[in-house]
Design a protein around this ligand. Structure first.
Ligand SMILES: [Zn+2]
Length: 406
C-alpha cells in the first residue's frame, strides 16, 4: 500500500459529471495497483498511517493521460510534403497524386517488423515521459491482410511488454490501396470477409475504424465494414467530417460508434445526432493546426451535451507530434475548452472513447493507479502554457515507470 501526499492539487476526473474533481492539499492511496482512497490530506484515515509514503513535492497530480487516437506504427518521412503544403499544395491534392497516406503505406510495407516495433517503442517512451499511460494505436499503413496483422501483432507485443497500456484498432479502411484502385468493392470485401474475421478470432483489435472522406471511403462502404465489425463483436470508430462534411457524425450515431474523431466540418445536425446517441467526439487539434483548418466547434458540442475527448492523432503527415500536452494546450487556446474540460478530454472522456469501463482516466476508489505528477502547482497553471515534458513522474498500476532526475 502506498500513500502519495504533499499533492498541491489533485484532479480526480470522476466518471460522472463534467469537472476535473479538483482537491487542493490532497493525498492519494493505492494498493495492489488500484486506488483505494483520494481526498484532502487532512482527512487521510488513520488506517493508512503505516503505509509507505511518497511525496508529490507540492505538485499537481492527474490521472494517467489517455491518448485515444494515434497512428503509432508507421514508417517513412513526409517532410517534403510538409514543405509542399506550406507552398500551397492541398492535403487532398497530395493524396490524389499518390502521396500522403500512400507514401506511408509504401514505407511501412517495406519496413522490417523490428524497425516498426522499435519506432513505436521510441514514441511510446516519449509519451510515458509526458504522463501518458494508455495509448490507442491504429493500423492503416499496411492495407494487406498480412501487413495489417503484423502491425496488430506488434501492438499486442508492445502491450504485453508494457508498461504503457495499448488499445489496438484495425484501420484497414484508411484509404483504398493503389492495387485496388479499379475495384474498390473487392478491397471492402477483403476487409469484411477476411481481415475482420481473422482479427476478431485472434483478439488482435478492440475497434474497427473507417476514414470516411472524399479521398477515402464512402458512407455506404463504411456501413458494410461496420456491419462486419459488429457481427464479429468489434466496436466502431470513425475519422469523420475532417476535410469536408460527409455526414460522418450522423453515420457514427447510426452505427453506435464509440467515437467520431476530427469533426472540424461537423454540421449542426451531426452535433445533435452525436448527443442523442452518446458518441464521444474526439478532437485532434494538432492536425487541425497543421492543416490550417478552423477548429472543431468544441463549445457547441459541449453545450449540446456531447462529451469531447482530446488526442494527438500522432501520424507522419497531418500530426507529426506525440505531445498530448500540446493538444491539451491547443484545446484550451483554439477550441476554447477550459483546463478542466481539456484534462477530462485526455483522461476520463478519452477512456470513454475507448469504452474502458474499469475506472481508467479517473483517480477514484477502484480506478487503476495510473497517474502523472505534473511539475505545476495547479491544473490552470499547467495548461496556461506549454512544455514538452511536463510530468516528473509517471505511475502505471501503482508502479513508477518513469521519473525525472536532474
Ligand atoms: Zn487519425
Amino acid at each position: 500500500m502506498t500513500v502519495l501526499d504533499d499533492i498541491a492539487q489533485l484532479a480526480t476526473c470522476p466518471p460522472d459529471g463534467a469537472d476535473a474533481g479538483l482537491i487542493d492539499a490532497a493525498a492519494l492511496v493505492w494498493d495492489a495497483g488500484r486506488i483505494v482512497w483520494a481526498g484532502p490530506a487532512a482527512d487521510l484515515p488513520e488506517r493508512f498511517a503505516e503505509a509507505e509514503r511518497r511525496s508529490a513535492g507540492g505538485r499537481l497530480v492527474v490521472p494517467g493521460l489517455v491518448d485515444c487516437h494515434t497512428h503509432l506504427v508507421h514508417a517513412g518521412d513526409r517532410a517534403d510534403e510538409f514543405v509542399e503544403r506550406l507552398e500551397g499544395t492541398s492535403y487532398l491534392d497530395i493524396a490524389r497524386r499518390g502521396g500522403g497516406i500512400q507514401l506511408s503505406v509504401r514505407a511501412t510495407r517495406a519496413a522490417s517488423d523490428h524497425d516498426l516495433a522499435e519506432g513505436a517503442r521510441a514514441r511510446l517512451g516519449a509519451m510515458l515521459r509526458q504522463g501518458v499511460t494508455t495509448v490507442e494505436a491504429k493500423t492503416g499503413y499496411g492495407l494487406t491482410l498480412d501487413d495489417e496483422l503484423r502491425v496488430l501483432r506488434i501492438y499486442r507485443d508492445l502491450g504485453a511488454a508494457g508498461p504503457a497500456r495499448i488499445v489496438p484498432t484495425l484501420l484497414a479502411a484508411h484509404i483504398v490501396p493503389p492495387e485496388f484502385a479499379d475495384d474498390r468493392d473487392a478491397y471492402v470485401r477483403l476487409i469484411c470477409d477476411e481481415m475482420i474475421p481473422v482479427v476478431a478470432a485472434d483478439g488482435l483489435a478492440a475497434f474497427v475504424d473507417v476514414f470516411v472522406e472524399d479521398s477515402a471511403f464512402t458512407a455506404e462502404e463504411a456501413r458494410s465494414i461496420f456491419a462486419a465489425a459488429a457481427r464479429h463483436g468489434l466496436g466502431a470508430k470513425l475519422h469523420a467530417d475532417q476535410l469536408t462534411d460527409t455526414s460522418g457524425a450522423a453515420l457514427a450515431a447510426e452505427v453506435g460508434a464509440a467515437s467520431a474523431d476530427h469533426l472540424e466540418c461537423v454540421s449542426a445536425e451531426g452535433i445533435h445526432k452525436l448527443a442523442e446517441a452518446g458518441v464521444v467526439a474526439v478532437s485532434l487539434p494538432i492536425a487541425t493546426l497543421v492543416l490550417g483548418q478552423e477548429p472543431i466547434p468544441a463549445r457547441r458540442l459541449l453545450d449540446a451535451g456531447v462529451r469531447v475527448a482530446v488526442a494527438t492523432d500522432l501520424n507522419p503527415g497531418s500530426a507529426p507530434s506525440n505531445s498530448l500536452g500540446l493538444a491539451l494546450w491547443l484545446a484550451c487556446t483554439r477550441q476554447r475548452m477550459t483546463p478542466a474540460e481539456a484534462l477530462r478530454g485526455a483522461t476520463v472522456e478519452a477512456a470513454r472513447a475507448l469504452r474502458l469501463d474499469d475506472g481508467t482516466g479517473s483517480l477514484v476508489p477502484g480506478s487503476p493507479a495510473d497517474l502523472a505528477v505534473v511539475d505545476a502547482p495547479s491544473l490552470a497553471t499547467w495548461l496556461a502554457g506549454w512544455r514538452a515534458e511536463p510530468a516528473v513522474r509517471t505511475v502505471i498500476g501503482g508502479r513508477t515507470v518513469w521519473e525525472w532526475s536532474p
